[in-house]
Write a protein that binds this ligand. Structure first.
Ligand code: NDP
Length: 283
């Protein structure tokens, strides 16, 4: 018999929201671990963000995710930021701690967690394609996880230089911007190569990075932040060459595991979340 009909509430504010599978993944973990929690996927426009956050506070939510386009705008409604969220300048997970609403960024943390299952990140040279929100999070967390050098290869020079500067100013890693020339060749001493651009994201699944694919060497660990599809052209090429790989689904699951730990204090089973994602996405 249940005598407690009042679950803890968590959720997500994003626009659009309907294609985001996080709700299925998180609720599967709550169910598996018998956690009296719910996760509500909410479509919230930019003009309604303030009211949505105030609503969550008023209803006693314990935390929530923010996705596109709210990852930066939400900061003004919070009481503080975690260390890496402060550096990244964007948050995706909000957690209530000691009655204060704190913004964290688990995108890069989830990525590093998945990466560490494949390679020790300490002292490694990283080539990172992209300089948007995901790339900023990945660059900062890879640097905090001990990467020695991070090359930022990006189409727009201004954004690329900004990320390199961010890493150089705030971490012990050395970073530089590299111009993305046509048919770019990855430097052969790169240990880890990461696509953090949106090239290859559904529905443009046939789009390819403008790189020399012969420069991907079997000893490189190759990662892609795109979770839909989990096997991008970039990753398929790397797998064919014998590289170890990390895909965007692993990143999504691991950032979810970290977020749920913030809210529930429970280390949930990543496999349960991964299986549910594969189930709902039909992959
Ligand atoms: P942004 O829009 O902030 O950044 C997009 C990046 O892609 C920029 O660096 C942009 O370059 C680059 N880019 C886009 N199109 C091209 C192109 N045709 N040629 C060269 N560069 C291009 O997006 P996000 O950083 O938020 O997201 C990037 C990807 O990461 C998305 O696919 C997203 O799904 C994924 N992601 C995955 C997560 C996960 O958990 N698996 C979490 C968060 C994001 P420029 O600066 O020149 O415009």
């Amino acid at each position: 018999m249940t005598t407690d009909f009042l679950p803890e509430i968590t959720g997500s504010f994003a626009n659009p929201a309907s294609e985001n599978p996080t709700v299925a993944m998180v609720e599967a973990a709550y169910k598996h671990h018998n956690l009296h929690f719910r996760y509500l996927n909410c479509e919230v426009t930019s003009e309604n963000l303030k009211n949505a956050v105030e609503g969550a506070k008023a209803m006693g939510w314990v935390g929530f995710n923010c996705s596109i386009p709210h990852k930066v705008d939400v900061i003004q409604y919070l009481d503080g930021l975690g260390e890496s969220a402060k550096l990244i300048g964007a948050v995706n997970t909000i957690v209530k701690r000691d009655n204060k609403w704190i913004g964290e960024n688990t995108d890069g943390k989830g990525f590093v967690k998945a990466m560490k299952e494949v390679i020790d990140t300490k002292g490694k040279k990283v080539t990172l394609f992209g300089a948007g929100g995901a790339a900023r999070a990945v660059a900062v967390e890879m640097a905090l996880a001990g990467a020695k050098e991070i090359l930022i290869v990006n189409r727009s020079e201004e954004r690329g230089k900004e990320v390199a500067e961010l890493v150089n100013t705030n971490t012990n890693a050395k970073s530089s911007y590299v111009s993305w020339v046509d048919n770019y060749s990855i430097e052969s001493d790169s240990d880890i190569v990461i696509n953090a651009t949106s090239i290859g994201l559904f529905p443009n699944v046939d789009d390819q990075l403008n790189i020399n694919f012969d420069s991907i060497l079997p000893e490189m660990v190759v990662a892609d932040g795109i979770h839909n599809p989990p096997l991008t052209h970039f990753l398929k090429t790397a797998i064919a060459k014998g590289c170890k790989t990390v895909n965007g689904l692993q990143m999504l699951v691991n950032q979810g595991v970290i977020g749920v730990k913030y809210w529930t204090n429970v280390d949930v089973d990543a496999k349960v979340m991964h299986d549910e994602l594969k189930n709902v996405l039909g992959i």
